[in-house]
Write a new protein. Sequence first.
Length: 309
Amino acid sequence: MQTKPFRIGTRASPLALAQAHETRDRLMAAHGLPAEMFELVVMSTKGDRIADQSLAEIGGKGLFTQELEEQLLSGELDFAVHSSKDMATKLPDGLGLSAFLPREDIRDAFIGRTAERMIDLPYGATIGSASLRRQALIRRLRPDIHVTIFRGAVDTRLRKLAEGQADGTLLAFAGLKRLGKTEVPTEILDPEDFPPAPAQGAIGIECRTKDIRVGTLLAAINHRPTFDAVTCERAFLAVLDGSCRTPIAGYALCDGDRLHFSGMVLSPDGTIFHTIKSEGLCSQASAIGEAAGEAIRAKAGAGFFDSWG
């Protein structure tokens, strides 16, 4: 019988804390456990501390998870709560994403300062974003727009926008919803024109793969349709490199036992892009994602990916 509190690792941002609290609350409800049985361990990651450079320049997505994963491997943490789109495609040996909460909205939100809709921004306007996917999609729709690096917590980006550092910025609508900031967006972007990052809107829980006790605890709150959809998206991402140097979008949806996937790869300037759609059984999620990745790689040709450098 568990007597010590389960130690939950989380980053320090308000959004990360909201996600950790949601995870704890779901576990309390699922197992009838009191709040005292869960201890939130708040950690600063290198990705949080270096906020003035793009992830591609400083080492990629793993910078948001490295410190948490070290504590998981040492046994200091029982599990860690993450924004799944911030997870590297290859996790350290011995760790795995064992559960996902029900997925929130997958769409990107535009917050405009000089126009409500991105398409209505003045010619040569500036949008703040550090995501290569968003940058490429912006340039695909509006080649005239300049992009400046915006990183940091949600409030930090909104402050930069309010200070006039850009005419608009983009954030995941899921994060704004979790922070109670649904009034902030001036436009919610159509995923057909502006497809999301793989795993966007999904909270993932990482633990040691051989820790049966924690795995059983987390299984009670795992949302299987989200688990299968994100598994497919991350498999697609893994085939295509999946680092922060690569503009990649992908979204899967489970409808009953059927999974529907759509993916896109773009050149960084948005002028060249390739899309793919596939479907199959949810139980074959990983294989569907891998096959889609191989197919779009073949369609684009090797030279397309070499140019990402």
